[in-house]
Design a protein around this ligand. Structure first.
Ligand code: NAP
Ligand code: HSE
Length: 453
C-alpha cells in the first residue's frame, strides 16, 4: 500500500527529496511505495529544480499537514515559524514528521519530542546535522553503549567551503560565499552559517543525543568566521596549522590537566559540558584537518569505542535529500510492521535521561593563538612573555612578523605583529594575561584571538 508524503517546501532540499521519490528504480523497494501527495511552496510560479505535477502545489502549508492522504509530513521549509507550529500540528494529527530544520530542533526539540512521544509518532532529524552523513542514528543507536567523552566536528558546509577555497586559491570571502549560496549550501540568511549559529544549532543537537540531556542552545559560546582575517589563516598555515570552524561538545572535568589521571565517573548521572563553536587552528596531522570543501566530519570519542569519524558531504540537495529519505524509510518500514500508536521504538525515539549543564567558559581549558599589533621596540616580546608568565600562561611559541608579514627576529620596521601560541591553560588565566598585555603601552591591539588544538 502506498505511503502518502507531504512536503513542506520545494527548495534545495525539497526538490532533492522529490527527485528521489520520482526515480525509485534501483533504490530500496520501499521508495517505490512513497507517493508524493501535496507540496507547500511560497511561489507556485517559481522555476523548480525538479519537474512535478503542478496540481500538487499549494501555498497554504496547513493543507499539506491536514491532507488525509498524507501519512508522513516532511518539513524542509526552514525558519522557526511557521515550521515549528506545522510540525506540532502534524504530530497532533497523528502523523510522523521528518525534518532537516536544525534551527527548530535545537530550540524546540524538547517540546516536539514530548509531543511526539505523547502522540506515539516519530520525529526524525537525520538531515538536520551533517547533510548526507549518517550521524544522528549512529549516536542514538550504534554508539549507545559508550560513555561519550567528546563530539567535535566540522558541521557547516558553507563555512568549510569558504575556508577551503580561501586557503587553496586565496579566493575573496564574498565571492566564495556567493558561490555557496548559488550551490544551495547556505541558509536562507547566510549569517546563520558565517556567524556560527548553524553550527551551534547542530552541536546542541549532537550533544543532546550524545549525553542524553537537553542543551540550552542560547548558552553555547559561538563565534563564526565572519571576523576571521585572511592573514591569520596564512600565519596559521606557516606555523603548521589549518583553520576550521569547529563545533565541540565535551565532558568537563574540573581537574582536567594534561598530567592528571582521568577523573572518576561521578556518582550522579548528571554531566557538566563544555560546548562551543569557534574558528580553530588544527595541526595538519589532526583527523579533521584534511576535511575540505562542502564536506563535514564529526569525530566521536567514546569509551570503550575510541575514536570514530563520520565524513561526507555536509550540505546540498542530493546529500541532504539522501538523509531525509532514509528517515522517511525508517518510519515507513516501522508503520508497515503495523505497530500500534504509542509503541515507539526506544532507539529511534531520542531519549533524555539526565541533566546536562553547560560549564562557565572561564573555567574551561584550551590552547590559544593570539596576534598582537605592537610597537617594534626592544623588549616588547619580553614584556609580553612576562605578562603571560605572571598569569600562569605557558607559551609554546612566539613569532614576530614584520609589516610585510614575513617572520622575523630582527624587529625592523615601525610596527610589528607578534603571534603567540600558548600551551593549554584555563580560560580565566588566559583572559587575565590578555588584559595585562592590552594595558602595555607598546601593545596597540589584540588583533586576533583563536583557539588551537
Ligand atoms: P530553501 O531552498 O530556501 O527552500 C525553502 C522552501 O520552503 C521553498 O520551496 C519555499 O518556497 C518554501 N517555503 C518557505 N516558507 C514557506 C511558507 N511559509 N509557506 C510555504 N512554503 C514555504 O531552503 P533549503 O536549503 O531547502 O533548506 C530547507 C531546510 O533544510 C532548512 O531548515 C535548512 O536549514 C535545512 N537544510 C538545508 C540544507 C542545504 O544544504 N540546503 C542541508 C541540511 C538542512 P518557494 O520555493 O516558493 O520560495
Ligand atoms: N547551511 C548549512 C551548511 C546547510 O552550510 O552546512 C547544511 O545544514
Amino acid at each position: 500500500m502506498a505511503i502518502g508524503i507531504g512536503l513542506l517546501g520545494l527548495g534545495t532540499v525539497g526538490a532533492g527529496v522529490a527527485a528521489i521519490l520520482a526515480s525509485p528504480e534501483g533504490r530500496h523497494p520501499l521508495v517505490g511505495q512513497l507517493a508524493l501527495r501535496r507540496v507547500a511552496v511560497r511561489d507556485p510560479g517559481r522555476a523548480r529544480a525538479v519537474s512535478l505535477d503542478p496540481t500538487l502545489l499549494v501555498t497554504d502549508p496547513h493543507l499539506v499537514v491536514d491532507d488525509p492522504a498524507v501519512d508522513i509530513v516532511v518539513e524542509v521549509m526552514g525558519g522557526l515559524e511557521p515550521a515549528r507550529s506545522l510540525i506540532l500540528q502534524a504530530i497532533a494529527a497523528g502523523k510522523s514528521v521528518v525534518t532537516a530544520n536544525k534551527a527548530v530542533i535545537a530550540r524546540y526539540g524538547e517540546e516536539i519530542a514530548a509531543a511526539a512521544a505523547a502522540r506515539g509518532v516519530y520525529v526524525l532529524i537525520e538531515a538536520a546535522v551533517g547533510g548526507g552523513i549518517p550521524i544522528i542514528e549512529p549516536l542514538k543507536q550504534s554508539l549507545g553503549g559508550n560513555r561519550i567523552l567528546r563530539v567535535s566536528g566540522i558541521v557547516n558546509g558553507t563555512t568549510n567551503y569558504i575556508l577551503s577555497r580561501m586557503a587553496a586559491e586565496g579566493a575573496a570571502y564574498a565571492d566564495v560565499l556567493a558561490d555557496a549560496q548559488r550551490l544551495g549550501y547556505a541558509e536562507a540568511d547566510p549569517a546563520a552559517d558565517v556567524q556560527g549559529g548553524d553550527a551551534a544549532d547542530k552541536i546542541a543537537i549532537l550533544a543532546g543525543l550524545a549525553y542524553g540531556g537537553s542543551i540550552e542552545r542560547s548558552a553555547i559560546p559561538t563565534e563564526g568566521i565572519d571576523r576571521l582575517e585572511a592573514r591569520d589563516v596564512t600565519y596559521a598555515n606557516q606555523l603548521g596549522y589549518v583553520v576550521k570552524l569547529l563545533a565541540v561538545a565535551e565532558r568537563f572535568e574540573a581537574s582536567a590537566s594534561p598530567d592528571a589521571p582521568p577523573a572518576p565517573v561521578p556518582a550522579s548521572n548528571d554531566v557538566a559540558l563544555d560546548v562551543r563553536v569557534h574558528p580553530t587552528l588544527l595541526p595538519r596531522s589532526h583527523p579533521l584537518a584534511g576535511v575540505d570543501g562542502v564536506n563535514n566530519a564529526i569525530l566521536v570519542e567514546g569509551e570503550p569505542v575510541g575514536q570514530v569519524m563520520f565524513f561526507g558531504p555536509g550540505a546540498g540537495a542530493g546529500p541532504t535529500a539522501s538523509a531525509v529519505v532514509a528517515d522517511i524509510l525508517n518510519i515507513a518500514g516501522i508503520s508497515q510492521l503495523g505497530a500500534p500508536a504509542g509503541a515507539l521504538d526506544p532507539l529511534l525515539a531520542a531519549s533524555r535521561w539526565r541533566q546536562c549543564a553547560l560549564v562557565d567558559s572561564a573555567r574551561t581549558r584550551h590552547r590559544n593563538y593570539v596576534r598582537l599589533l605592537t610597537r617594534d621596540e626592544a623588549g616588547v616580546i619580553g614584556k609580553i612573555g612576562t605578562a603571560f608568565g605572571t598569569a600562569g600562561v605557558s607559551i609554546q611559541s612566539i613569532v614576530q612578523y614584520e609589516a610585510s608579514g614575513s617572520a622575523s627576529s630582527s624587529g625592523a620596521g615601525s610596527g610589528a605583529e607578534i603571534v603567540v601560541i600558548t600551551h593549554e591553560v584555563e580560560e580565566s588565566r588566559f583572559r587575565q594575561a590578555l588584559a595585562a598585555i592590552t594595558a602595555l603601552p607598546e601593545v596597540q591591539t589584540v588583533a586576533a584571538c583563536l583557539r588551537t588544538l
